[in-house]
Write a protein that binds this ligand. Structure first.
Ligand SMILES: O=C(O)[C@H](O)[C@@H](O)[C@H](O)[C@H](O)COP(=O)(O)O
Length: 242
């Protein structure tokens, strides 16, 4: 039985700290139970703040495999890449203890975003990908005002994907136009989904997400964990939740 709930925090910093503590708790539980845990991170301002707070939690990173939910398909080292922002706040702190799977960069090896997505899936060989067991123990998600999560935007081929676990995105409504992303079939194979959002501009998407809207219209509504889904919000983001 999967539980969906929302928690309201005073400000972005306390929200990030609470979401990070919750994520660390789930990872530690899983490490205790299974010896390893898997985490999918997110970009965006609140997502990066949450990753920074995770660096201050007690987690045995040598037992954690880290993915990024999506990536901008730009050259390695480009400031737009999520992995650079996450390296500054978390990856550099955990050093080589965690296993970190970065998405391919546009460059010598890949110029085609679909080929890059396919190669990534082959290379990382997601544990359990062939079955229907959870792929991620914790998936952290930031969210846009129109309800996008990862690079899954409303009414796009990526949000409509029902089969592949990761796809290339072209013509993304938000720049840069080409991206790599896990799809909803992958996100939904997370034990615990943690959505982080602040500000009034996110209020409608939060209400639609918690209200079970059609993911084609509001992608966040499809991000449901197999055990739990928790929206960590500030007051303005929670203002339309009934
Ligand atoms: O890839 C992107 O364009 C962003 O990373 C984006 O997906 C972000 O995660 C959300 O828009 C939430 O961002 P904020 O927390 O900054 O509002």
């Amino acid at each position: 039985m999967s539980v969906t709930r929302h928690l309201v925090h005073e400000d972005a910093q306390s929200l990030a700290e609470a979401a990070a503590l919750a994520a660390a708790g789930h990872l530690n539980e899983r490490v205790a139970a299974a010896g390893r845990a898997t985490l999918s991170l997110t970009g965006g301002s609140v997502g990066v703040k949450t990753a920074a707070a995770l660096a201050g939690t007690e987690v045995d990173w040598s037992r954690v495999t880290i993915f990024l939910g999506d990536e901008r398909f730009v050259p390695a080292g480009h400031p737009d890449r999520n992995d650079g922002q996450l390296a500054e706040v978390l990856f550099d702190a955990v050093g080589d203890r965690a296993t970190i799977h970065r998405w391919p960069a546009r460059g010598d090896e890949f110029d085609d975003v679909d080929a890059a997505a396919e190669a990534f899936l082959t290379e990382v060989d997601l544990p359990g990908a062939g079955g229907d067991e959870p792929l991620f123990d914790v998936t952290l998600l930031g969210m846009g005002p129109e309800g996008h999560i990862d690079s899954l935007f409303p009414h796009t081929p990526a949000i409509a994907e029902t089969d592949r676990l990761a796809v290339g995105v072209r013509d993304c409504p938000k720049p840069p136009p080409e991206r790599l992303t896990f799809t909803l079939p992958a996100v939904r194979r997370s034990r615990h989904v943690i959505v982080v959002a602040t500000g009034e501009g996110k209020a409608e998407a939060v209400a639609k997400g918690l209200g079970g809207a059609d993911p084609a219209d509001w992608p966040v509504a499809g991000a449901v964990g197999t055990e739990s889904t928790t929206f960590h919000l500030d007051g303005p983001a929670a203002s339309l939740v009934s």
